[in-house]
Design a protein around this ligand. Structure first.
Ligand SMILES: [Fe+2]
Ligand SMILES: [Fe+2]
Length: 338
């Protein structure tokens, strides 16, 4: 299956370039553009290599989404984009090895480890947004029956643009990893990230709640702390990359919030209550603080969305772990204690 997907994606990638070079027409409306963008997102899911995923979204070629929309129409005939693509994990490179649970950093430096973790998160985000648009967007199998038609074409285009951003973020990190002597695949990475997509495979509102409104919003909380950790290692160039990415993630939370509010309105639901319900369903541990209220507010997300869902703090991430005091040997009670 993997070999088959890989061969398909190589073919698709070549076809993408040819069709782009010969294409002169432009998408004429948001409806057309959103439909074509959804097809481009299917190509992302069958593309194994991150560069091919980025090419499918036009990142590698420096295209805007309208240009992507035009040539994805031709590429669709080549790729076939079977519908079962949407029910299986996306094609991925052989490395990194995906594991559950924690793993040792080994000989890798802290900046190498942090950038690798972030690059893996970005690549997952590319696939998850691509899957969302391909499944529920215009022309997708869940568009009508699954509630995707509640979102206007412009919002589907915005979600596809988020997938483009994530691919660009991946390559910003990948370039920086190479500059400090590492590469994507040099160490294991978490398997659990894709499970968020699997959990919400039949629930568009659940997907929007868990990915942009929980995961991406959490990146606004944790990103500045990662920036600080990199600066404490004197890796200011990596910290600058992370700082730029965090700023751009604000827009992703904003897009997800607008999509969720629109989907809630279509069903006559209060968006805050609907969000709380979805988080309790899919995120049993709820939301770890502390929250970056300034960045969340910049994204349009008020505290009514997240504060009632804050999980009890286990340990402040910026506070060093307290060493246990060694136990004093017990003194035998003597007559004076009595
Ligand atoms: Fe990102
Ligand atoms: Fe993002």
């Amino acid at each position: 299956m993997r070999r088959c997907l890989s061969a398909t994606s190589q073919l698709s990638s070549r076809a993408l370039r040819r069709s782009f070079a010969s294409s002169t027409a432009l998408a004429r409306s948001d409806d057309d553009a959103a439909w074509h963008a959804a097809q481009a997102c299917r190509l992302v899911l069958v593309s194994t290599d991150p560069a091919e995923k980025a090419a499918a979204l036009g990142v590698e070629l420096g295209e805007d989404l309208e240009q992507v929309a035009v040539r994805s129409h031709a590429a669709l005939n080549v790729s076939g984009a079977p519908s079962q693509v949407l029910d299986t994990a996306p094609a991925r490179p052989e490395k990194p090895e995906l594991v559950y649970g924690p793993f040792q950093r080994g000989n890798h430096s802290l900046p190498q480890y942090l950038l690798h973790s972030l690059a893996h998160i970005e690549l997952n985000a590319v696939d998850i947004y691509a899957h969302t648009v391909a499944a529920w967007g215009p022309g997708g199998p869940k568009h009508e029956a699954g509630g995707g038609s509640a979102l206007p074409p412009q919002l589907w285009l915005d979600l596809a643009r988020v997938a483009q951003d994530e691919a660009r973020h991946y390559f910003m990190l990948e370039r920086r990893m190479r500059a400090i002597g590492s590469f994507y695949g040099a160490m294991p990475a978490h398997r659990a990230l894709w499970s968020h997509a699997e959990d919400t495979n039949n629930d568009l509102m659940g997907r929007l709640a868990v990915i942009p409104m929980v995961q991406e919003a959490h990146a606004l909380d944790s990103g500045p702390r990662i920036d600080e950790r990199l600066r404490s290692c004197n890796d200011h160039a990596s910290a600058d990359v992370v700082a730029q990415i965090v700023q751009e993630e604000v827009d992703h939370v904003s897009v997800g919030l607008r999509c969720f509010q629109t989907a809630s309105a279509a069903q006559g639901l209060d968006p805050v209550e609907a969000f709380h319900g979805r988080v309790r369903q899919y995120v049993p541990r709820l939301l770890p603080g502390p929250f970056n209220e300034a960045l969340r507010s910049l994204a349009g997300m008020g505290p009514e969305y997240y504060k009632p869902l804050q999980s009890p703090p286990r340990r402040h991430p910026d506070k060093p772990r307290q060493r246990k005091q060694p136990k004093q040997p017990r003194r035998k009670p003597d007559a004076a204690d009595a």
